[in-house]
Ligand binder design. Structure first.
Ligand SMILES: C[S@@+](CC[C@H](N)C(=O)[O-])C[C@H]1O[C@@H](n2cnc3c(N)ncnc32)[C@H](O)[C@@H]1O
Length: 208
C-alpha cells in the first residue's frame, strides 16, 4: 500500500481543472490516438483522475487503473464513463504487483515525468507485458536549446509544485535504453501556456 503525502493531496486538488482545460484544447485527441491501440487485458499506470478513461476502445477484456495517490483514486472511483470491466488499484510503477506477462497492453500518460526511477518503472512495464504486448505512451519530455536550459532551471520548483514532475525528463533516452522495440514515436506539442511542458511524444513500443 502506498502513502499519500500532503503534496499529493494538494496536487489532486488542482490537477483536474488545469488538465481538463488542456484536454479541451486538443490533448484529448492525443489520448484517443494513443489508446486506440489498446487490446485485451490493459493496465494504465498513474491513471490520475481518469482523463484517459473515456478514450479506451469499448471492447477491452479488462482495464486495470493503477494510481498511488488516494485523493486521485477517489476521483477515479467517482467516474461514470469507465468501461464495464474496470478495476481501480493502489500501486507503484516501480514495483508492479502483477505476474510476468499478465497484460496485453500497458499505458502511461504524463507519468514518466513524475516517477522516481524511470528506468526501473520501464523494466516493470516490460515485465508485466506478454511477449508481443504493447506499451502505449503519451509523455511530456525534455526539449532542446533554450527550452532545455529553462526546463533544467525550473525543474526543482516544478517538482515541488506538481508532485515530483520533472520538466526536463529525457523519456526518449530512457525508452531507447530498454528491450522494447519502438514502433512509433511522434513529436507533438502540448496545448498549454506552460512552455516547459510543451514538447510531447505519443507512441507505441512492443515487447519482443
Ligand atoms: C501528471 S499526473 C498524470 C495523470 C494522468 N495519467 C493524466 O494523463 O492526466 C502523474 C500521475 O502519475 C502518478 N505517479 C507518480 N508516481 C508514480 C508511481 N511511482 N507509480 C504510479 N503512478 C505514479 C501520479 O500519482 C499522477 O497520477
Amino acid at each position: 500500500m502506498t502513502t499519500t503525502t500532503f503534496g499529493q493531496r494538494v496536487f489532486a486538488s488542482w490537477y483536474l481543472n488545469f488538465m481538463s482545460r488542456v484536454d479541451r484544447a486538443g490533448q484529448a485527441d492525443m489520448r484517443r490516438e494513443q489508446l486506440a491501440h489498446a487490446r485485451g487485458r490493459t493496465l494504465e499506470i498513474g491513471a490520475g483522475n481518469g482523463l484517459s478513461v473515456p478514450h479506451y476502445p469499448g471492447d477491452l477484456d479488462a482495464l486495470v487503473l493503477l494510481e498511488p495517490n488516494a485523493a486521485l483514486r477517489a476521483r477515479l472511483a467517482e467516474r461514470t464513463d469507465t468501461p464495464a470491466a474496470v478495476t481501480i488499484v493502489d500501486g507503484d510503477a516501480h514495483n508492479l504487483e502483477f505476474p510476468e506477462g499478465s497484460f496485453d497492453t500497458v499505458t502511461a500518460s504524463l507519468v514518466f515525468c513524475s516517477v522516481r526511477d524511470p528506468a526501473r518503472a520501464l523494466r516493470e512495464v516490460h515485465r508485466v507485458l506478454r511477449p508481443g504486448g504493447r506499451f502505449l505512451f503519451h509523455e511530456h519530455v525534455r526539449g532542446t536549446g533554450v527550452r532545455a536550459f529553462f526546463q533544467d532551471l525550473l525543474t526543482p520548483m516544478q517538482r515541488r509544485l506538481a508532485d515530483g514532475c520533472h520538466a526536463n525528463r529525457d523519456f526518449e533516452s530512457y525508452l531507447a535504453a530498454t528491450d522494447f522495440e519502438i514502433e512509433s514515436i511522434d513529436h507533438r506539442r502540448m496545448p498549454t501556456m506552460m512552455s516547459t511542458i510543451v514538447p510531447l511524444v505519443v507512441g507505441t513500443a512492443r515487447k519482443r
